[in-house]
Design a protein around this ligand. Structure first.
Ligand SMILES: Cc1cc2nc3c(=O)[nH]c(=O)nc-3n(C[C@H](O)[C@H](O)[C@H](O)COP(=O)(O)O)c2cc1C
Length: 359
């Protein structure tokens, strides 16, 4: 049984190992990772993050350059392990297009060559940028890349959603695992896409089970949004926390206001998990598109990334027109706790509250 002061010490020793003042990591969030947010979190003593999934090698290297110009703090680069090449079914895609056309008449076409971003080139660019940490989601890096990270003294944090994935990650050489509870905003990181909705494990069960199963540090993620959640995670054995949604109302996150403002009135049951934006399961606000496209009457979503391409125009135009209902408005189940203050104030408040709970 871990005592409160031991839980705090454990997290401070993790922070020390990774040159942090505060064991709070900003979630790597593809599409929502402006340098402004990472720099604010890192300058407050936490860890910045770049979700590089949608970035070209040049964009990865300019993100890192700008980050280094804005902060001396620690940051991680992150990308997704690719799923097997999806099988196209044009007839089915057409039925999905009809549904999407209700929201955006100009439905986008997936390119012939999928995936459109090159995983190997992203890995090369991440290595070249030489960050302190590279993290993964949706699977494990190939062993050759793991060796390259180790040769360059780059640490690897692997996102896991089950105990068996955590054991696989430890055996593959991960330096820490990010245990992602199903409360998390954004995509669920199951190694196998088809397992995502079946293996919906909540953080209260996942975290102690993973802590008991592996020897490497465990970082808790999913629905953590205030000092209570951080303290509870540390008492359940986490060495650090990774948080995304709780920063969305800060000006540095730069998400559309209509999305940020909705969070304040979002109860846990006002988010849903759905494959209708990208083809991979993710947690979003309960918007009209998400609900209608997830209904039993709707055609089932195409596999990732076909569905992501099909919804591209809808999502882009929804942002342009400030229409929440067509946006891919990811949000974790604790969205309501996100505060409308600067990201550095959020980090400081989270940490003060955690310390006052754990003594
Ligand atoms: C908008 C958004 C995008 C995300 N993109 C990624 C990603 O590219 N890579 C990744 O490892 N995790 C990604 N995640 C998941 C986060 O790493 C983390 O698990 C999640 O933010 C934790 O839940 P919370 O948002 O409730 O704090 C994303 C989450 C959100 C909200």
């Amino acid at each position: 049984m871990i005592k409160p002061h031991e839980a705090l010490q454990n997290s401070m020793s993790f922070a020390h190992d990774y040159n942090l003042q505060i064991p709070i990591l900003l979630s790597p969030m593809a599409g929502v990772c402006p340098v402004s947010l990472s720099a604010a979190v890192a300058n407050a003593g936490g860890m910045g993050s770049c979700g590089a999934l949608l970035m070209t090698p040049e964009q990865i290297s300019s993100w890192v350059k700008e980050m280094r110009e804005s902060s001396n703090g620690t940051f991680q680069l992150n990308t997704w392990i690719p799923d097997p090449k999806p099988i196209r079914n044009l007839k089915h895609e057409n039925s999905i297009k009809k549904l999407i056309a209700k929201w955006e008449p100009e439905v986008s076409n997936p390119p012939d060559n999928l995936p459109s971003q090159d995983f190997e080139l992203q890995c090369e660019a991440m290595l070249k940028a030489n960050p302190p940490i590279i993290s993964s989601i949706m699977g494990l890096y190939p062993s050759q890349f793991v060796s390259s990270m180790k040769n360059n003294n780059i640490k690897w944090f692997a996102t896991v959603t089950t105990v068996s994935e955590a054991i696989e990650a430890e055996n593959a050489g991960a330096n820490a695992v990010v245990a992602q509870g199903m409360e998390a905003g954004g995509h669920r990181g199951s190694f196998i896409a088809e397992n995502a909705s079946e293996n919906m494990v909540g953080l209260f069960s996942l975290l102690p089970a993973v802590v008991d199963a592996v020897k490497i540090p465990v970082i808790a993620a999913g629905g953590i949004a205030d000092g209570r959640g951080i303290a509870a995670s540390f008492l359940l054995g986490a060495s650090a926390v990774q948080m995304g949604t709780c920063f969305f109302r800060s000006p540095e996150a730069k998400i559309p206001r209509v999305w940020a403002e909705k969070l304040n009135s979002t109860y846990p049951e006002d988010t849903i998990t759905t494959r209708t934006f990208s083809g991979r399961l993710g947690r979003s606000l309960r918007t009209k598109y998400a609900l209608e496209a997830s209904s039993l009457k709707a055609p089932s979503p195409a596999p990732y990334p076909i569905q992501r391409h099909l919804t591209q125009n809808m999502r882009t135009n929804a942002i342009k027109t400030n229409n929440l209902d067509g946006m891919q408005a990811w949000a974790g189940q604790s969205a309501r706790l996100a505060l409308d203050i600067s990201a550095s104030e959020i980090v400081n408040k989270l940490w003060e509250d955690t310390k006052s709970i754990l003594g």
